[in-house]
Design a protein around this ligand. Sequence first.
Ligand SMILES: Cc1ncc(COP(=O)(O)O)c(C=O)c1O
Length: 398
Amino acid sequence: MTQFDFNKATSREGTYSVQYDGTEALFGATGLEPFWIADMDIETPEVIRDAIKRRLDNGIFGYTMWQNERFYEPIKQWWKTRFNISLNEDDIHYAASVLYTVGEVMRQTTNEGDGVILMTPSYNSFPNLIKGNDRKIVETPLIYDESKKEYFLNTEEFTNLCAREDVTLYIHCNPHNPTGKVWSKEELSEIKKICQENNVYLISDEIHMDFVRPKEDFVSMVSLLEENDSVLVTTGLGKSFNLASIPHSYFITKDRNITADITTAMGSRYNVNTASSLALAAIEAAYTECGEWIDQLNDHVAGNFQLISDYIDEHLSEYLSFDIPKATYLGWISFEKSGLDASEVHRALVEVGGIAVSPGKLYLDDENKHFRFNVASSRTRIKDGLDRIRKTFEHLSK
Ligand SMILES: Cc1ncc(COP(=O)(O)O)c(C=O)c1O
């Protein structure tokens, strides 16, 4: 069996990487060691790069169709072998990106001014999309259960919000960014039932689905889909195989109306209805040949989380609390117990630590006493990031 090396040094020099070169806007500084935006300092698997190169060698990159077996079959195979879900071709559709799909479903299923429910903390692009489409953010804060060390939905509040006349859409995130929560079948069934009883459209964003440890613990909303449900699941390979700059996604739904509406919008309103030929080559190679790679990568990510947890126990336990997440490659770390001022900590992380980790307020964490630490890197980089965090807190406590 091939052993993959996730500790290899990588470089983004000259690639205009947002992770490295785009810190000014959010952190007010450049030259930071970055662990913020969700892409990886880990190379895309060689078989995917080879597939893209073979496609490049053809030399023609004209308009490309995705409605063919080299798109459907790898997706069906991946979902069957990894999640034991049998997909129908009629339910699978290519779309320009996950966030395009979320925005398009919002435009199709809600009116301007409508309320869209988000569980908070929430992935930062959801509030942006809601505001950008002139809809209203309706927050339901997740409840942290100290004994279980897990976040839970406040079902009563969620039900009341869904019952509101002005609320027409709920955006679910599974696994959850930024907390790393994996939702159980019971939780998903309940969410779906509440949405259906209140005519609230349900989007499930499952882009982090390949980072669940163990993979058998992932339950997709797809497994609950019935004909004509007002539910759409959107996902892609951007996170799993580090392909964010090769835009693509696909969605799975049994709602024929939304499928028709999105198809029309992509064709006539935005003209984004042909596929990226490079993305198609990547999807085929990834979903037929990269199961072992992603399993080993998850082991590496788990090892990085363990390193963080051990390091915090040893050096930072008076300042930080951290639960190793079951999913994603994003650590959600609290500094509430340090008693330090939130904005002072975030400023010091940049100015003293020279590190870019995402501040909690980005995720509608009002107290702003968390930061999100992206661990998809070599162990050496994670250790360096931890040393920078330690330097920051030791400086602040002087
Ligand atoms: C939950 C979630 N959805 C969507 C995206 C972005 O997907 P895309 O680039 O396909 O729009 C991200 C990226 O961080 C994400 O975390």
